[in-house]
Design a protein around this ligand. Sequence first.
Ligand code: 5GP
Ligand code: ZN
Length: 116
Amino acid sequence: MSQSCIFCAIVAGTIAADVLYQDGRVVAFRDRSPQAPVHILLVTRHHFASIDDPAVPADAAACAALFAAGQAVARQVGVERNGYRLVMNHGSDGGQTVQHLHAHLLAGRSLGWPPG
Ligand code: 5GP
Ligand code: ZN
């Protein structure tokens, strides 16, 4: 856990969020600034800085849990038929603003490609 990390605080329950799903490794909650009708963040309970964190490849269980949670949450909110996007941002060119590994689940409208 990182003391100053907002997602660690949400995982710990000290900052409120609209939590939709949680298991032993992942917590999913609605993004506070949604970019699509469905915009949910999936975060690892463990604090990794991003997908580029050197500890990520060593934690295969956390990586698998993130994928599995993505599938589970997409089905939970009923977007698996129409489709969705699961995306991670890293660094300034990637547009990352919170330095804690997370995936965005975006759905509910036709999403443009390539992203801006
Ligand atoms: P990034 O830009 O790092 O890929 O994604 C961070 C996301 O976290 C943004 O979409 C932003 O709206 C969301 N976010 C930042 N702080 C909070 C918060 O305190 N609560 C919630 N629910 N979402 C947050
Ligand atoms: Zn964190």
